[in-house]
Design a protein around this ligand. Structure first.
Ligand code: AMP
Ligand code: MG
Length: 644
């Protein structure tokens, strides 16, 4: 039996991805696939079986290799306890005599990794073989670098591993001291390269393929075909970009207490638990007569004596005697003994001291509001992470709450780039256009409840761009720019952005809004998330709504589950659509002839035609897999405005 038959390879993808801004590293797009697919492709020919250790996004990992499913095993220890936790899970589940491991961010790992580790394991009768390479330090001196997660081990080491983990220790090198380890020297240090940051990912994305050759044997190609998912860095899907951004974003934590009215449109930073019962008493929902249902005859009119009057806000001390009723106003506290209210307009006859009621009109509980039916003392009233709406202000007021904790407002700096841009108020020189993006961005950011810093127009000049980006980064939580991220000779934005931090440049599979830059930049110890939106006025708005908006809301601490669903409406006419990309068409939705919502496209859809956006009240979202739409077909749409 070949040694391969004895080996399962476990890809370790269970980390927090801290240095990559907590993205799920294994799922990052890289050279036309996910990172984990590359590792898979390198390992598949070397072993009998593959498995992935992951702790987040398990469904996404499972879905990656749908045609040839690979098991995905989360840590059993829980709580992101490090690679040993992943190893423990792997050893428990693998079912082969040997287990090989490699990290999910090493897409260039050696084609003979497992074979060479196996040879050493046998020759040295070790429990675990580990890869080492020779590297040189800054002064040119050689040193031995161990690669502690590129290993092959006997599955029998599980017992020692369990014992080691039971002591509370979690260090790989600590555990290695407890077993027999042998080292194997590999020549090609570059093959063990880990991609730890979005910047590295992007660097190697673009590096010439020779820098890290990929084996081309038929077997590897065949395996690759089964492993690769549909990532295309030149045409990243809208959904993938949204997911990557969501993974990368971190909410701001600062909280402030504000008076109730000031909480409107802010993000609630605490769970609100009701301190009282609302309403505080059983009370009447109508103007009428409070009575006891049992006093009413089933088949004949009943006359009850009026024993008193209950006004709202003035409870009565006396209980209701049998055969009596009390006149009561809406909101009046139900007298003890009364269990329903006859609305005054339903009384058959009303005298000065009595009221007559027809049979069959009332049951116990009718027209009575129960104490606590809105909220009970101690029950959850509002969850943190929601944007406070007018109804919430009212609800908080009904609980007597005068002040709430909200997240600090997000500070967003924005500017436009381009030598051709002139600001409103300046003369429009030949060949120039007025800068409109700063105004649409201003409006969209303000609507989101951000504090905005308008940095004006920045020329296509490296020094000016760098200064603007640095200043924005030092003063804001997020930066939104427009222009300069597409391919264009005068656009320096990409280079400067990349130099200041960890920024990726995507060509998205969408229209409008194909180019997008996203990442995190730093300057003088401060950092900020960056959204480099395209320059075309429609594209800037569409990309803002599709990517920046949700990310900024997340930074503001808004619960991600609060995103509004897409609505559906009937298309009033045919729409041409190319399969394989997401298209956003500006449109007007209104009630059709039969009253059902009908949507009609607002004329020319060029990405520079801002009028189409201004006329529209929604965007029709035509998804990747969708083709031409016929008149009368149902389509998804995103409304620009809500009620509140
Ligand atoms: P760019 O992405 O910088 O190549 O810009 C693409 C197109 O959008 C060009 O026609 C620009 O003139 C136009 N554009 C860029 N920024 C703005 C802006 N702030 N306002 C209006 N048009 C813009
Ligand atoms: Mg430009």
């Amino acid at each position: 039996m070949s040694f391969k038959q004895k080996v399962t390879a476990l890809i370790l993808a269970g980390g927090r991805g801290t240095r990559m801004g907590r993205v799920d590293k294994g799922l990052q797009p890289f050279r036309g696939a996910t990172l984990v697919s590359h590792v898979m492709r390198r390992l598949a020919p070397q072993v009998a079986a593959l498995a992935i250790n992951a702790n987040r996004n398990l469904p996404q990992y499972q879905a990656l290799f749908a045609s040839d499913p690979v098991p995905v095993w989360p840590d059993e220890l829980g709580g992101f306890e490090g690679p040993l936790a992943g190893l423990q899970t792997g050893l428990r589940h693998c079912g082969t005599e040997l287990l090989a491991t490699a990290p999910c961010d090493s897409p260039f790992l050696p084609a003979d990794l497992v074979e060479r580790l196996h040879a050493a394991l046998l020759a040295d009768d070790a429990d675990l073989a580990i890869a080492v390479t020779m590297e040189t330090d800054q002064d040119g001196r050689p040193y031995r670098q161990t690669h502690p997660v590129f290993t092959l081990m006997k599955t029998a080491v599980l017992a020692q591993l369990n014992a080691y983990l039971d002591t509370g220790a979690r260090r790989l090198d600590g555990w290695h001291k407890a077993i027999r380890v042998t080292e194997v020297l590999f020549d090609d240090a570059a093959a063990f390269r880990n991609l730890n940051t979005l910047g590295e990912l992007q660097h190697y994305e673009r590096a010439a393929p020779e820098a890290a050759p990929v084996p081309t044997s038929a077997s590897v190609a065949a395996t690759a075909a089964g492993c690769l998912s549909a990532y295309d860095p030149e045409a990243l899907s809208v959904g993938d970009a949204q997911r990557i951004i969501a993974d990368f974003i971190e909410p701001i934590q600062a909280v402030e207490r504000v008076a109730l009215r000031s909480a409107l449109d802010r993000v609630l930073a605490e769970d609100i638990v009701s301190p009282i019962c609302v309403p505080a008493h059983d009370n009447s929902a109508m103007d009428g007569y409070a009575l006891r249902a049992a006093d009413l005859a089933a088949d004949a009119p009943t006359t009850l004596r009026i024993a008193g009057v209950v006004y709202a806000g003035r409870p009565v001390e006396t209980a209701l005697a049998p055969g009596d009723c009390m006149r009561i106003m809406t909101g009046g506290v139900m007298p003890a003994g009364a269990d329903c209210v006859l609305p005054q307009e339903l009384a058959t006859a009303v005298g000065a001291t009595s009221v007559t009621i027809a049979p069959g009109l009332l049951r116990a509980g009718d027209n009575r509001r129960l104490r606590g039916e809105d909220l009970h003392t101690g029950s959850p009233a509002l969850a943190k992470g929601r944007i406070v709406r007018p109804a919430d202000l009212g609800l908080l007021a009904s609980l007597g709450i005068a002040e709430v904790a909200v997240r600090r407002r997000l500070r967003v700096a924005f500017f436009s780039t381009g030598d051709e841009l002139r600001s409103v108020g300046d003369a429009l020189d030949p060949g120039c256009v007025y800068d409109s993006n700063r105004y649409t961005l201003y409006g969209m950011l303000l609507r989101l409840g951000c504090d905005v810093i308008d940095m004006g127009v920045v020329r296509d000049d490296p020094a000016a761009l760098e200064a603007a980006l640095r200043s924005a980064c030092e003063n804001a939580d997020a930066i939104v720019t427009s222009g300069g991220v597409s391919v264009g000779a005068a656009d320096y934005t990409k280079q400067i952005m990349a130099a200041l931090g960890d920024v990726t440049f995507w060509k998205l599979n969408m229209r409008p809004g194909r180019p997008l830059a996203f990442g995190k930049i730093a300057s003088n110890g401060r950092s900020a998330f960056l959204f480099g939106l395209p320059g075309n006025p429609v594209a800037v708005m569409v990309s803002f709504y599709c990517f920046a908006r949700a990310a900024l809301l997340r930074m503001m601490g808004v619960d991600a589950g609060a995103a509004p669903p897409l609505l559906r409406a009937r298309a009033s006419s045919a729409i041409r659509k190319k399969i394989g990309r997401t298209e956003y068409q500006r449109a007007i939705v209104r009630g059709g002839a039969d009253g059902a919502p009908e949507v009609c496209i607002t004329g020319a859809q060029g990405s520079g035609i801002l009028r189409s956006m201004s006329q529209a009240n929604c965007m029709v979202v035509l998804h990747d897999e969708q083709g031409d739409v016929a008149a009368g077909d149902m389509v998804d749409l995103m409304l620009f405005d809500g009620l509140v």
